[in-house]
Design a protein around this ligand. Structure first.
Ligand code: PMP
Length: 399
């Protein structure tokens, strides 16, 4: 029955990890991995998550189905985390928030909802570059997607002029995809004043903003700071759509805890949207998994656990920031004449180093350091043990 199926291309990131695993050199380093690692290079279980698990274990909960859109206790808390506890939109109950299969599930559900129920220009504008799965999901759904300028190769920073110019030409009623914080793959975020300008032009041009927030807390170490863009847009009157993930900021990667929110203007529209989202979920996977959502709910509802979690997130963000500083200092200390300021200017898990494909190939071949061809490194893969080795190798391939 399946002999006519053609072989699909392997996933780029997973391919890097496979090559890394095959390498037998003891000095090898994997900078392709998209998950946080501690300073020993190991997966990190957050102390707050451990405590939440122990509390859940004592509760002896059953394994009945969750509601189609997830538990209301969970969706209320995650919406508060994103929009702020005093957010008027939450008080009015004009939001429709459902649990999703992590951030990817939120994007997929949200974009699929757009294909069925959005009655304006069905065209998604994404930053250039963006996370590879964004265009792939649109392709699967036959949703046209285009790009606006975002990353400036010359400065390794945000191209405000290019972005403003491109966005101002987007047809009214189109959808713009925005990374709320810690842009993947570049690590480059607009500054607060720049977000304010972006919000204005998007409003003036009647464009619909869809935020992808996969790293709340991971960029600056503060969940409120990292939600600045989303909250600014809401204050400016945008009815945003928001995809959230707890993969990174709670280390719940495989538990698939995420959420999708539609701001609908009033409670009546929110109820209608909810009725249609539920139909969509019911016919895809019936209802979401319980375990990860229970951990999130426990952490966000118990004040001591929440305090612990905020400290845990900050400790991860701080380690990343410190590794950026040490990497830059190491390359400069080796006598490299190029400007490496972007390593410490960029934020979040990823850094767009500016290395070209040849330099990346050399880094892998001569130094056993694995990363994507576009020169993106996962700073989480750097530790106090390997930072000098990586810095030395980056110096060698760029001089
Ligand atoms: N959006 C972006 C920009 C991401 O980087 C990621 C994780 N790599 C996600 C969404 C979703 O991840 P997950 O499905 O694991 O929550």
């Amino acid at each position: 029955w399946w002999s006519s199926v053609s072989m699909g291309p392997p996933d780029v990131i997973l391919g890097i990890t496979e090559a890394y695993k095959r390498d037998t050199d003891p000095k090898k380093v994997n900078l392709g991995v998209g998950a946080y690692r501690d300073d020993e290079g190991k997966p990190f279980i957050l102390p707050s998550v451990r405590q939440a698990e122990e509390r859940l274990h004592c509760k002896m909960l059953n394994h009945e189905y969750a509601p189609i859109g997830g538990e209301a206790g969970y969706t209320d808390l995650v919406a508060q985390l994103a929009f702020g506890e005093d957010s008027p939109v939450l008080k009015e109950k004009s939001n429709c928030t459902v649990q999703t299969l992590s951030g990817t599930g939120a994007l997929r559900l949200g974009l699929e909802f757009i294909t069925k129920h959005y009655n304006q220009t069905k065209e998604i504008w994404m930053p250039s570059p963006t996370w590879g799965n964004h265009p792939q999901i649109c392709n699967t759904l036959n949703l046209p997607h285009k790009q606006y300028r975002y990353y400036d190769k010359k400065t390794h920073g945000f191209d405000l002029c290019g972005a403003m110019e491109d966005i101002s030409k987007i047809p009214a009623g189109s959808i713009i995809l925005l990374h709320a914080c810690a842009h993947n793959p570049t690590g480059v975020d607009p500054k607060k004043e720049e977000w304010i300008q972006l919000s204005q032009v998007i409003k003036d041009k009647k464009i619909f903003p869809f935020f992808d927030m996969a790293y709340q807390g991971f960029a600056t170490g503060s969940v409120d700071n990292d939600a600045f863009a989303v909250r600014q847009f809401v204050n400016d009157g945008h009815q945003v759509m928001l995809a959230q993930s707890f993969a990174k900021n709670m280390g719940l990667y495989g538990e698939r805890a995420g959420a999708l929110t539609f701001l609908c203007g009033d409670a009546e529209s929110a109820a209608k949207v909810m009725s249609q989202v539920k139909i969509m979920i019911r016919t895809m996977y019936s209802n979401p998994p319980l375990y990860g959502a229970r951990i999130v709910q426990e952490i966000l509802s118990v004040p001591e656990l929440k305090q612990q979690w905020l400290a845990d997130v900050k400790s991860m963000a701080d380690r990343i920031i410190s590794m950026r500083q040490q990497l830059r200092a190491g390359i400069e200390g080796a006598g490299n004449k190029q400007n490496w300021q972007h390593i410490t200017d960029q934020i979040g898990m990823f850094c767009y180093t500016g290395l070209n494909a040849d330099q990346v190939a050399k880094l892998t071949k001569d130094h056993h350091i694995y990363l994507t061809k576009d020169g993106r490194i996962s700073v989480a893969g750097i530790s106090s043990k390997n930072v000098n080795y990586v810095a030395e190798a980056m110096h060698k391939v760029t001089s």
